[in-house]
Ligand binder design. Structure first.
Ligand SMILES: [Zn+2]
Length: 250
């Protein structure tokens, strides 16, 4: 018996190292946010000094990179705080359905009462909220920093933070995901100065997302029937800062 175990160990030692891709197989549940980051071995809780509340989780390597960036920013007199990190499918579903049903107003409107066409209603919500199953926050690679209000980033304090991030975040692996709309990003979610993505890992998630997820996987929430018609994967998931795309996604 012992001999067999030794031979098995020797066979493993001589087999080739797994490739980058097979090393990091991401299952569909993790791509769609259908898991619990609090009990997942690859995720850790963000310490209070880096966040505005408890219970925020990130992938370990993303958190390590963020801590480096936080330190460098602090040395330059810029304070970075995470206001949103990993969100599960159910968390995103709550955000989406509150807007869908009118429980939360969007631009002062109750969408359930004012927009009866499901496609039109989904389009309005999609300006700033991802459909459940399509949020990059499911991956633990993306963070919202300091505030999710444009007014903050237009203030002197917010402008200073954004300018620091625009100049320095990439050297820690972070990129603004939803850059201003333009030739290289004609559609998709509106510009978000607060949303930053750790691209070394997020690119891997996106690559596998495109391979494994279709609009058939996007169900279990109000308005999910609009996912296919709006082609949300092409028109939102892939409509990001081109620097966050790998060669294969283009
Ligand atoms: Zn975000």
């Amino acid at each position: 018996m012992q001999g067999i175990l030794v031979n098995a160990a020797a066979a493993n030692a001589s087999s080739p190292a797994p490739s980058e891709t097979t090393d990091r197989v991401i299952d569909v549940a993790h791509l769609l946010g259908q898991f619990n980051p609090a009990t997942d071995a690859n995720f850790c809780e963000v310490e209070a000094r880096y966040a505005n509340r408890k219970g925020l989780y990130l992938r370990d390597e993303v958190y390590d990179a963020f801590k480096q960036m936080h330190k460098a920013a602090k040395e330059d007199g810029v304070s970075l705080g995470i206001v949103s990190a990993t969100r599960t499918f159910n968390a995103q579903k709550r955000i989406w359905e509150r807007k869908w049903t009118g429980a939360r107003r969007v631009d002062g409107r109750n969408l359930a009462k004012t927009i009866s066409d499901p496609i039109a209603r989904a389009r309005i919500i999609l300006r700033y909220s991802a459909m459940p199953g399509t949020s990059r926050h499911h991956w633990g690679t993306d963070i919202d920093l300091n505030s999710v209000e444009h007014a903050y980033f237009e203030s002197p304090a917010g402008r200073k933070v954004f300018e620091w991030l625009a100049a320095n975040a990439r050297s820690f692996g972070f990129y603004q995901t939803y850059t201003p709309k333009g030739n290289d990003r004609p559609q998709g979610h509106e510009e978000e100065p607060w949303h930053w993505s750790y691209c070394p890992l997020a690119k891997e998630y996106l690559k596998q997302y495109v391979q494994k997820v279709t609009s058939d996987n996007l169900r279990g929430f109000k308005g999910s029937e609009t996912a296919a018609q709006l082609d949300v994967i092409a028109n939102y998931v892939l409509m990001i800062n081109p620097k966050c795309l790998s060669q294969e996604d283009r």
